[in-house]
Design a protein around this ligand. Structure first.
Ligand SMILES: *Cc1c(COP(=O)(O)O)cnc(C)c1O
Length: 491
């Protein structure tokens, strides 16, 4: 390419990217999944390039799309013993979860014509936020069932909430916050006996648990009553973002996830997923990566991930004042303050993760949660382990240990007085954009342009003491401001 403007534009993008969290090298322990294999990235890039202008809207015009989808769906189905399943390829875990809910809702409506809505999703509080979104978008009620402080929920707790209004029970393999596998084998058959669909959210576990090894409870389609399952190829399938698989045990359930209309003067519309026109680049990249890695490649990467995970669980166990939440099964876990040490030795997980970040590693703070049972879930810091973590164990361990030494004994940040200082935060009234903006400014989060604070511990502490509705409004405003820059001229 000889046009110098091409290089100029790309150089500007390089500058923009310089400030980003690094996507490779294992420095960020969430969001990105690094197999540590440069060849996989190169392959994905070249595969995406080949389909750059394909429109996945119409697999009759672009037969390659249907073929690649069939291959990716078949690969996923094979991993989870879903020989008789059918599926769709979506843009990610959220879309897979949304469509599982739409399918269950529409089938519930057909089967319960006399029951007044809204239909209900029964799920542990640890189920992914995508189900909150699905409930909101599709007009269902989400019944969030409390879990124990170890992140587990009993089958009786879930099934006990089910009645004729229940359209879907959700279990996770594993859940994202704590890496704990829900009791799929106890829940799915009992849900099925009640005529209720059971979705297994294996968004994060689907491409890694099949290779994890013992001991692991069963969670896949060998269990009768599993109606649908989501598996994100853009997590432990090591594909670039934008691709997930949703499997259904029943062809009619897949049909209920899709949308079709012939009642407009344009082309007949059949959309098996939520988008209309859609890129095939992520699909092609995932298809290529999965063809290349195959079962053997995924197994080998999982073995490295497991070694790294076990090593880090051991590191946390050896840090005075911290403790792993529950018994995680798979490559993710959460760390909390050890409740059994006196406060002088406790390590606050959010001040710890802020300190770990200053030392060069990004972990993910998770706020504590009040459940309706009255039992609170402690604030935690989440770690997602990938194969490349195995190459970095010594340096990461040193940072984790040192950060704990640096913050040990510091009390958790207490912002309970702040809502008094900022009455709008205590109010029951909705904050509009302007009111939310004023609060952000008062908190020092709206000055100096679109940047986020370095220290996340105070942000988490604030979220824990204010009404969730106010927290959601504030965060929405904070994010909305990040891409607002009306003064910038085009180009
Ligand atoms: C990541 C994840 C999701 C949502 O997936 P996105 O790809 O981020 O949309 C849903 N459930 C679980 C368990 C996840 O880990």
């Amino acid at each position: 390419m000889t046009d110098p403007r091409v290089e100029e534009v790309l150089a500007r993008l390089t500058d923009l990217r310089a400030g980003d969290a690094p996507t490779r090298g294992g420095r960020v322990l969430s969001y990105v999944y690094d197999p540590g294999l440069a060849v996989v990235d190169e392959l994905a890039r070249r595969a995406a390039e080949q389909v750059q202008h394909v429109n996945g809207l119409d697999p009759t015009a672009f037969g390659s799309v249907a073929r690649m989808e069939a291959d990716v769906i078949g690969f996923a189905a094979g991993l989870v013993h879903g020989a008789d399943t059918v599926g769709v390829v979506t843009s990610g875990g959220t879309e897979s979860c949304l469509l599982a809910v739409k399918s269950a809702r529409d089938r519930w409506r057909t089967r319960h014509p006399g029951v007044a809505g809204p239909p209900v999703i029964v799920a542990p509080v640890t189920a992914h936020a995508a189900f909150h979104k699905a409930a909101e978008y599709f007009g269902l009620h989400l019944d969030r069932v409390p879990v124990g402080t170890d992140g587990t929920v009993g089958a009786d707790q879930l099934i006990g909430r089910c009645d004729e209004r229940t359209a879907l029970v959700v279990v996770s393999a594993p859940n994202y916050p704590f890496g704990v596998i829900d009791p799929v084998a106890e829940v799915a058959p009992r849900a099925a006996a009640l005529g209720i669909a059971c979705h297994v959210d294996a968004c994060i576990g689907g491409w890694v648990l099949p290779f994890w090894g013992e001991p692991l409870p069963r969670w896949d389609f060998r269990i009768s009553g599993v109606a649908s399952m989501s598996l994100d190829a853009h997590k432990y399938g090591y594909s670039p973002k934008g691709v997930s698989v949703l499997l259904f045990a029943d062809r009619d359930a897949k049909r209920a996830a899709s949308f079709a209309t012939t009642e407009w003067p344009g082309y007949p519309v059949v959309n098996p997923t939520m988008l209309g026109s859609r890129s095939a680049t992520s699909l092609a990249a995932a298809w290529a990566v999965l063809q290349y890695l195959g079962v053997d490649g995924l197994a080998e990467l999982t073995a490295r991930t497991r070694r790294a995970t076990e090593a880090l669980l051991g590191v946390v166990a050896g840090i005075d004042g911290l403790r792993v939440v529950g018994t995680p099964a798979g490559p993710l876990f959460a760390v909390r303050t050890d409740p059994d040490v006196d406060s002088g030795r406790g390590v606050d997980p959010h001040q710890w993760s802020d300190r770990v970040r200053e030392l060069g590693w990004t972990l993910q703070p998770q706020p504590g949660l009040r459940q309706r049972s009255g039992q609170a879930l402690a604030p935690t810091t989440h770690l997602t382990i990938t194969p490349v973590t195995a190459d970095n164990l010594d340096a990461l361990t040193a940072a984790m240990v040192r950060a704990a030494d640096d913050v040990r004994g510091r009390p958790p940040i207490d912002l309970s007085a702040l809502p008094d200082a900022l009455p709008a935060l205590r109010s029951e009234a909705t904050l509009d954009s302007a009111a939310a903006g004023e609060i952000l400014a008062a908190l020092g989060l709206a000055d100096g342009g679109p940047t986020l604070p370095d220290q996340l511990a105070p942000v988490m502490a604030l979220l824990e003491v204010i009404d969730p509705a106010r927290a959601q409004e504030l965060l929405t405003e904070l994010l909305a401001r990040l891409n607002e820059n009306p003064a910038a001229p085009c180009g």
